[in-house]
Design a protein. Sequence first.
Length: 317
Amino acid sequence: MNRICNLFGIKYPIIQGGMVWCSGWRLASAVSNAGGLGLIGAGSMHPETLREHIRKCKAATNQPFGVNIPLMYPEINTLINMVIEEGVKIVFTSAGNPKIWTEHLHEHGILVAHVVASTKFAAKCEEAGVDAIVAEGFEAGGHNGREETTTLCLIPAVRRITTVPLMAAGGISSGESILAAMTLGADGVQIGTRFALTEESSAHFTFKDRCLRLNEGDTQLTLKQLSPVRLVKNDFFKQVEEAEARGATTDELRALLGKGRAKKGIFEGDLFDGELEIGQVASCIHKLQTVNEVMKELVEDFNTALNRVNELNRFIS
């Protein structure tokens, strides 16, 4: 049996990433109902908003689901206590030190997975006692590791130094890419962009429509002086690019970014002044689908690709 399926009690080793302004209860419950693991993205939610989404998700599915919590969240204590109070059994943490909260969450019967972008932090995760690791290559949308290591390089490197269940993330949107990740040593995958561009995603339709029309090279990692983030090249991106080219300080870049820029772009659909976070693989996705359609396609294409590889193996033998 697959280690990720066994760990989380799910049918398919497919986890939906906990993305800001995309991963509300509708998306999370739809993925869980379709056999994967849905995650509510707490990073863009006030504590009471998160509580509401957890309760609505419980009502919408009887399957396992979880919450993604960035550990640098300003009210992290409140969020941790809330997921415990609400009986959440799976937490994915990111953007911080997993040692701080893993033991506490374990004491309350909660499984913990942590997202990393390097082997250095993957090793720290195992030391911290996490139940699983998500290794995310820099193809991914949103905030990325400073190392800019690709998924193709990162997964086998993390697999070599860790023993815990491993999920690959970054640039994965098809059954073929799931098979590739598992061939490299992953036990499962975390998919963000493909699910962000589904009907159940809470992102604005205008944002989804723009992302479904992206071409290769239309996203780029930027704001590296603050926290590297992959963005669609729009007017805001150009402002950042110009500021960095003239040597803007981190304070100037922080002021340019301001507050609510990602909400403006992803949730409100401002394609010009908004921060449009999406992965490179968006250029391979060109139609809006339901979660059920996506999951069915992922599984069917995985099996087709696996059969093709098996046929190739027999031919070579």
